[in-house]
Design a protein around this ligand. Structure first.
Ligand code: NG6
Ligand code: CA
Length: 520
């Protein structure tokens, strides 16, 4: 076949693809208009803060590729992850259910069983039911198997059992064992003569650790992170064997990018949903040598630049494959920023002008704004008119909203259909939202946020982040006081009363958490 014929036949295939139409609410309103089923890609970063993106006013760091999405799409200023940590936010994103409704939705060890029930409604299942191909590349951190996983056999249930037809993941986090990639339930590159063993309680005899073998470390631990050593980096949890399968941290960004690009190329002919869960800027921060020293802000800045570059490359692929205009991209982060999250990588010494919190209070793990308010952008070239939106939106709302986009009739509980807001056609967001941080919850409603009283330290001293704990209710007006400096609980008793009533109407009365925080 000559090149012209190849081009011609792919055009025909694209044309056939584009006639697949759906009935969204918008369509019903505009009667005759037929909307193509677009591809949907969720690009999800790990611990990227509100101020880490230059389009969000981030200083001292340029993120030109993310900025392009912001400038060409809807840039939300009140966009939230459901939680201030990873697992619960990802649970809410994929299921459309508040994570505090699942008592196990907390930061999971690498050996945790699958958190999402295989009978539960999920974003990928919904896409699949509408004829989409579904895939995940990147960080999972929602548990695998039944909690007694043999990593040397097929690992199930996992992403493939909750709706992803194709999966290429890391099981938990970059700082947790097992430090291997898993493709459709099988560890990649595993040598059967060197089986993997994992234990989160005790070490395997004779295996070096971060505590006993500091001479083997290229990155020093600060708190936690002193169990098995992989690639000179001490991790959480003990691992033995699996040498050939271990990932190379500095190559992870390129590795996942290659997988995401391949996914796009192999699935471009009919609509797909891709969840691209990148690992940056979570610890351990291991920029590829191309990015080392590039930000002048240390490893954390360097991996943000790396992530931005990756996003640029990924979008270039969509462009080259001719599908950028048929792809809705959602960009966000699973929780707010943290500097020293357990390694001495200099993140807290090299900030200069850069404020990862973007003027918000708190950070990862916190009920204050910086815990859950994150960069949040929707981009669909030629379909979304660029704008900045102050509407209150949550990642949990993607399920109900995208259902409408692709013509699904799925009923959801906590996820709200705000498709028009995500597409920039409306400024009406949610009226209220419960946010969560290590099982504690707070209510955002209108311009107000109510933080109930919680026991526990005011500041998580190891990570140096204010958590939001206190003896009394706290009440802030975010429109007037974004930095949450003026607690109005005493001076605005009527608002306080109304907020407590609204909070308890959703959350019930049993929200007090007296358990110790799980920060180690
Ligand atoms: C904490 C880890 C932290 C990080 C976090 C999960 C320690 C001391 N700290 O327990 O480094 O891994 O869990 O982050 O172990 S998250 O973004 O996946 O929620
Ligand atoms: Ca995270």
């Amino acid at each position: 076949m000559n090149i012209r014929r190849v081009l011609l036949s792919s055009l025909v295939v694209l044309a056939i693809g584009s006639t697949i139409s759906c009935k969204s609410k918008g369509e019903k309103e505009s009667k005759s208009e037929t909307v193509t089923k677009p591809n949907v890609v969720v690009i999800y970063l790990d611990d990227l803060g509100y101020g880490d993106v230059s389009a969000y006013g981030g200083k001292g760091l340029e993120t030109p590729n993310i900025d392009k999405l912001a400038a060409g799409g809807v840039q939300f200023t009140n966009g939230y992850a459901s939680s201030a940590t990873c697992t619960p936010s990802r649970f809410a994103l994929l299921t459309g259910v508040y994570p505090w409704k699942n008592k196990d939705a907390r930061i999971l060890p690498g050996t945790a069983p699958l958190l999402i029930s295989t009978t539960q409604q999920t974003l990928p299942k919904m896409f699949k039911a509408q004829g989409y191909q579904t895939g995940i590349v990147g960080k999972w951190h929602l548990g695998l198997g039944d909690g007694h996983t043999d990593w040397n056999k097929h690992i199930s249930p996992g992403p493939n059992e909750v709706g992803f037809e194709s999966s290429y993941i890391m099981a938990a986090t970059q700082d947790r064992v097992p430090t291997v990639y898993i493709e459709n339930g099988d560890v990649v590159g595993l040598d059967p003569n060197d089986p993997i063993e994992i234990n989160y309680k005790e070490n395997f005899e004779g295996q070096p650790t971060g505590v006993d073998n500091p001479e083997m470390l290229k990155m020093m631990w600060h708190h936690g992170h002193n169990s098995s050593i992989v690639n000179g980096i001490p991790r959480i949890g003990y691992m033995k064997g699996g040498e050939a399968a271990k990932w190379k941290d500095e190559d992870m960004a390129d590795h996942f990018l290659a997988k995401a690009k391949t996914y796009v190329k192999e699935h471009k002919k009919s609509p797909f949903f891709l969840y691209y869960a990148m690992q940056q800027p979570h610890v351990p921060r291991t920029p590829h040598p191309r990015f080392v020293g590039k930000s002048g802000l240390g490893a954390r800045g360097d991996v943000i630049l790396e992530a931005d570059w990756v996003i640029g490359e990924f979008i270039k692929t969509l462009e080259e494959e001719g599908i950028l205009e048929n792809t809705l991209i959602v960009f966000s982060s699973d929780n707010g920023p943290v500097l020293n999250d357990g390694y001495n990588d200099g993140a807290d010494e090299t900030l200069d002008l850069h404020d990862p919190k973007g003027g918000l209070r708190g950070g990862k793990y916190s009920l204050y704004e910086a815990g859950t308010r994150v960069p949040f952008i929707t981009y669909w070239k030629g379909h979304i008119q660029p704008k900045v939106s102050d509407a209150l939106v949550c990642q949990m709302d993607l399920l109900a909203s995208l259902a409408t986009l692709i013509g699904s009739e799925e009923k959801t509980t906590d996820s709200q259909d705000i498709l028009d807001t995500f597409l920039g056609k409306s400024d009406k967001g949610r009226e209220s939202l419960i946010i969560e941080a290590n099982t504690r919850t707070a209510l955002r409603k209108g311009d107000w946020i109510l933080i109930p009283p919680y026991k526990g330290p005011k500041v998580a001293d190891k990570v140096n982040i204010e958590l939001g704990n206190g003896k009394d209710f706290q009440l802030y007006n975010l429109k007037e006081d974004l930095g949450q400096e003026n607690d109005l609980a005493k001076s605005k008793p009527d608002v306080l009363k109304d907020m407590i009533a609204s909070f308890e109407a959703i959350r019930g009365k049993d929200y007090s958490n007296t358990k110790k925080l799980d920060l180690k």
